[in-house]
Design a protein. Structure first.
Length: 454
């Protein structure tokens, strides 16, 4: 068998679906509710640094997450490398876990089961298994002229997975997906760096080359960087930078955080919150690297609009929290903590492109990458975040002097109540230090407090 074909077969290399069905059948004899979610994940990671290939790693992983409920008690168990375990040992471990760490919180499973085996066009691409193709991407990155870049490092990540779900109440589903997540970081010196990324279900050598050109364009003329002035100013975020913040916004739109009072939006569902942006997710979007057809309870996913027309219209619900709040699940379980599958963001006022956006902003700071985003007060939504790569002053509607070391202080609510304008969503992004992907464009916020981390 050819190596590429061997990798393709990895997604079916173990009959995980049969194992899950047998596990549900066994556990259903003793528990009122049983839910099992499983996944087989294949991935290839190619690392490079200093313009040289460092390492290629292939991984095949399988895992299951199990919930069992009896009366008012329940427990959850997560197991990796299920292919190395037998059914009896797994059942015994779950029984022990239930006796030792059962919870007494209310959990309400769906009343009816769904069978979900839909296929979303454009979300699965066999090229993730083609090793020659992945090395062509690497060659395209390493051979592209990168003026102003002394060192170039990064990772090419290609993954494909099968998600499976079965339950005691009849819900079941299977879904197959793949995606590329590629990051390239250039170093001009110890202070000046720039990063470009791609999150997509398909990619080619031209895309890889464009990442290097983007890094080069930011670094080539970036000399003698300045520290930002301490002031309140307008800030323009690239899609990669803004995606970092959107992941934190997504947790505020979980019904769990809303219900427990952790969300800055708690108590405002259905009210006008003064928002000037549209926020939604659409797990059935075609060609999406963040799609899924069912949630962890087996409820079919659907497009959900959270903020529109100034109003907080919805939250990410599982069945339990939906019942508590007099609503219905919208396909976003987390069994305990529901979550958005991704974030799509667009301001009410839209610029035709980045150039028009910059001219409208006039004066401010341009931020290309963020890290160390931390809340100082979660309930109030106050947070700070650090500039990671080179940024620029915006003067007269144009990018001018390079800037380093900016610390930004804002409220997570500012993402929807203080935007000036954005472009249309143009790019998927998943920063390395967050969990929720986003689809967004360039975004300008007003009245961001800028200090320095230096």
């Amino acid at each position: 068998m050819e190596f590429d074909e061997l990798l393709r077969s990895a997604l079916g290399w173990r009959d995980l679906d049969e194992f899950i069905q047998k596990l549900v059948s066994r556990l259903s004899k003793e528990f009122d509710t049983v839910i099992v979610n499983g996944e087989i994940l294949y991935s290839t990671r190619i690392r490079f640094s200093n313009y040289r290939h460092d390492l290629t790693k292939h991984m095949v992983e399988d895992s299951i997450d199990v919930m069992v409920k009896k009366g008012k008690s329940y427990t959850t168990v997560s197991l990796d490398s299920v292919s190395t375990l037998d059914l009896d040992s797994v059942v015994e471990f779950i029984h022990k876990s239930f006796r030792l760490i059962d919870r007494q919180e209310e959990y309400i499973p769906p009343e009816a089961g769904f069978e979900t085996y839909d296929i979303i066009p454009g979300v699965y691409n066999d090229s993730v298994f083609e090793q020659d193709f992945l090395y062509r991407l690497l060659e395209a990155i390493l051979s592209t002229d990168a003026g102003g870049v002394e060192r170039l490092s990064g990772i090419i990540s290609a993954e494909a997975g099968r998600r499976l779900m079965a339950s005691s109440y009849g819900a079941s589903g299977e879904y197959k997906y793949s995606r590329f997540n590629i990051r390239v970081r250039g170093f001009k010196d110890s202070e000046l760096t720039a990063t470009s990324s791609i999150l997509s279900t398909s990619v080619d050598e031209e895309d890889a080359e464009s990442m290097v050109r983007e890094v080069s364009s930011r670094l080539e003329g970036a000399d003698k960087p300045v520290l930002p002035e301490r002031r309140k100013t307008r800030v323009v975020f690239t899609p990669d930078a803004f995606s970092n913040l959107l992941s934190y916004l997504s947790s505020m739109l979980s019904a769990y955080n809303y219900y427990t009072g952790i969300s800055v939006f708690s108590g405002q569902l259905g009210e006008d919150i003064g928002a000037r942006a549209l926020v939604y997710d659409d797990p059935r979007m075609e060609n999406s690297p963040a799609s899924i057809t069912f949630d962890e309870e087996g409820v079919p996913t659907r497009k959900t609009v959270y903020i529109e027309g100034g109003v907080l219209r919805d939250l990410a619900f599982n069945n339990t929290l939906a019942r508590r709040m007099g609503r219905e699940s919208n396909g976003h379980a987390g069994l305990i903590i529901p979550h958005m599958h991704h974030v799509v963001y667009r301001c009410d006022d839209v610029a035709k492109d980045e150039e028009e956006l910059l001219k409208t902003v006039g004066e401010g700071i341009y931020i290309t990458n963020l890290w160390y985003t931390r809340y100082s007060n979660v309930r109030e939504g106050s947070l700070s975040t650090m500039q990671r790569d080179v940024g620029f002053l915006i003067e007269g509607g144009e990018l001018t002097k390079p800037v380093i070391g900016a610390r930004l202080s804002l409220n997570i609510k500012d993402l929807v109540v203080r935007p000036i304008l954005s472009t249309e969503p143009i790019k998927w992004s998943l920063p390395w230090d967050v969990d929720t992907p986003s689809f967004t464009g360039y975004v300008a916020l007003e009245d961001v407090v800028v200090t320095t981390g230096f």
